[in-house]
Design a binder for this molecule. Sequence first.
Ligand code: CA
Length: 247
Amino acid sequence: MHRVLIVEDEEHLAEGLRLNLEAEGFAATVEDNGQVAFDRLTSDPTAFDVVLLDVMLPGLDGFELVRRLRAAGHFVPVMLLTARSHTDDVLAGFEAGADDYLPKPFDLSILLARLQGLLRRKMWLRGRAVEGALEDLQEFTFDGKRIDFREQALHWDGTTQPLTLMEATLLRYLVRHTGQTVSRKALLEEVWGVREDTDTRTIDNFIARLRRYLEAEPSHPKYLQTIRGVGYRFVAEPDEGGAGSER
Ligand code: CA
């Protein structure tokens, strides 16, 4: 049974969510204060499989809560529930380390589909829902760096950088398509599984974050290349100064 923490201070909405999620077979718990939710999550990091997180909260707001969680090395999947549907707020949520977002008001069926999507990706990364040998990419090593998809972490020179669920999922998709140009549209559909109106700047934002981990010079990427007007391409062994490294 998947365990969901609902962090929502609007009692009516929180209880409605709790009842509906329980009816769908989830174990659901409600917290109405950001700080209390943060303390609960960090005191027992394996207590929940996924967090539904309101943005406007007493104690700590949702952005700050997820930022502090990630800074504390806590990488539970987080879906933001935001009444603010402005693109900049959505991007701020991803920048803070959220994995997905849903603008309020939302249909329960859409919430459930997105929640299942997050949980499925988590299992897929952890190798528990292997659909075939090709899906079972658990590690990838290049240029002295080792990506461990099960752990959701990047290792190099004795350093470990934890990855959020979506960072790891995106990176795995790019690595599985090494040398191929993948479009932003394909990434949105294949990695995020979201509807078409989602801003593709979401992807650019995640790519920028991955570059900070992977690249010696994030502004001059060698591995995570931008293919202008199309999308991105991951190369494990870039030609030094060679063609095809257009930024
Ligand atoms: Ca609220």
